[in-house]
Design a protein around this ligand. Structure first.
Ligand code: SF4
Length: 469
């Protein structure tokens, strides 16, 4: 048996790709380990979206030089968007690297690793056709107890936002055939998965090029899969968020009431320079329409601060957008030049100190909204899909140091609750079960509650089998 260690850096797309890497290497005898020291093969799955993620990848690769000295048989592979972007340069920069492969080379990874292992070659495979890289779905699936999984439905992007490398490193938009997607989800469900997140850079344009019908048509098909309970998707581009898709939130039972809708800036001037192709007004109108269809909709977003030319007035407009929308949560990042993206050549760059100050101000401004959105759930029942034990050993605010269960609401909020639930005549709590939890406390990043019922079995009837509250 050979040991595989994967360091996944960056976005959800990379989490999915790392799962695919694991599957494609399984027939070669590789099983995943969390112990770097015992690995026979280390894969660094990189992200090129921000300078920080790229630095993190190179710093990790740098540390592997020592390990390789101690274990000369170790194979080091660098994959993902930085690999695609830098190619051969990585081999020259880091002698400890044996293999560089782009996201489209994942289906060929087993053969590439074998050539490195048996012939001692150093290889680069960054062939980047626009075709979707498909795996054989029947091999390498493992039941690892996860109840929620990502499923890529499309690759690449045609939007060319001026700060972004994706269209250059992941290629143009290409959708997977619906039959392949449905087959993959059915396999996951057969292995115990109850929630899927459909992934794409812009899911709204799924299947349009290929004329496979709309994203909503795909959602409707996924909604009909027996044994699947929850559907999420990310990411949705505001310019393409159709009424049809918004209406699906009111129609499809399994579609969770949560949308991640990256806005990036509250200033029309900045949005234009970013080539986002919507205005603040359009964005706000879409939010209003979403809340009309699902008043309980949780809405999260992404922001970039310090985009070239962003003035104090532009930034104030971003802050005022937070006031107008009252997001449930946001992710915010400082702009960083990416050499292949057009904004790298823009003038009026913002200095680092200013960017840091704006980032901090933005996050502080949002804090009250996030807390208020969490507090609004106090006293209410929420259906939680149990994922496992909380990664935190008891909330700091709780006197109890007992381990707690953790799961998510349909709105994607983390809820922790006591494990001491032994229902007479019902199931005890375990990952994969739905539990009804009455929310009692709200914090900035999570909620805490008391379990009231636990479903009798996955797919079974939920009942008031346990009354811990
Ligand atoms: S929509 Fe814009 S930010 Fe998103 S992947 Fe495409 S180019 Fe990048």
């Amino acid at each position: 048996m050979r040991r595989l260690y994967i360091n996944t850096i960056g976005c959800q797309m990379n989490v999915y790709d790392s799962d695919q890497i694991e599957r494609v290497l399984a027939p070669g005898g590789y099983t995943r380990t969390a112990q770097l020291d015992e690995a026979d093969l280390v894969v660094v799955n990189t992200c090129a979206i921000r300078a920080k993620a790229e630095q993190k990848a190179f710093s990790f690769v740098g540390r592997l030089a020592k390990l390789k000295k101690r274990r000369p048989g170790l194979i080091v592979a660098v994959g993902g968007c930085v690999a695609q972007q830098e190619g051969e340069k990585i081999l020259s920069r880091a002698p400890q690297v044996d293999l560089v492969f782009g996201p489209k080379a994942i289906p060929r990874l087993g053969r590439l690793v074998e050539r490195v292992r048996l012939q001692g070659m150093r290889l680069v495979d960054i062939e980047a056709s626009d075709a979707v890289a498909e795996l054989d779905l029947t091999s390498g699936f493992r039941d690892d107890g996860q109840v929620s999984r990502f499923v890529t439905i499309m690759q690449g992007c045609d939007n060319f936002c001026t700060y972004c490398v994706v269209p250059y490193v992941r290629g143009r938009e290409a959708s997977r055939h619906p039959d392949r997607i449905l087959e993959e989800i059915r396999l996951l469900v057969a292995g115990g998965v109850r929630e899927v997140t459909l992934l794409g850079q812009n899911v709204n344009s799924y299947g349009l090029k290929e004329q496979w019908g709309s994203f909503v048509a795909l959602l409707a098909q996924v909604d009909r899969i027996d044994g699947l309970d929850r559907i999420r998707f990310t990411t949705s581009h505001p310019k393409d968020l159709s009424d049809h898709l918004i209406d699906a939130f009111g129609r499809l039972d399994k579609l969770c009431a949560h949308i991640h809708l990256p806005v990036q800036s509250g200033s029309d001037r900045v949005l234009k320079r970013m080539n986002r192709r919507y205005t603040r007004e359009v964005y706000l109108e879409r939010i209003a329409r979403l809340r009309q269809v699902r008043p309980d909709m949780a809405i999260t977003s992404d922001f970039i601060v310090g985009f070239p030319g962003e003035s104090d007035t532009d930034f104030e407009q971003t802050l005022s957008l937070l006031d107008e929308v009252a997001f449930d949560g946001i992710f915010a990042f400082m702009y960083s030049d990416r050499s292949v993206a057009p904004a790298a050549g823009f003038d009026a760059k913002i200095d680092d100190a200013q960017k840091k100050a704006r980032l901090q101000a933005l996050l502080q401004h949002q804090e009250a909204f996030t807390l208020a959105a969490n507090q609004a759930l106090v006293g209410r029942m929420q259906e939680i899909l149990v994922e496992g034990f909380s990664t935190r050993p008891g909330l700091a605010e709780e006197p109890s140091a007992r381990r707690q269960w953790s799961g998510r609401t349909p709105g994607n909020k983390i809820v922790n609750f006591d494990q001491e639930l032994d229902c007479t005549g019902g199931e005890t709590v375990r990952p994969g079960l739905m539990v009804g939890v009455r929310i009692e406390k709200a914090f900035s990043h999570s909620l805490w509650g008391r379990p009231v019922w636990v479903e009798e079995k996955p797919g079974g009837i939920k009942g008031e089998t346990c009354h811990a509250a």
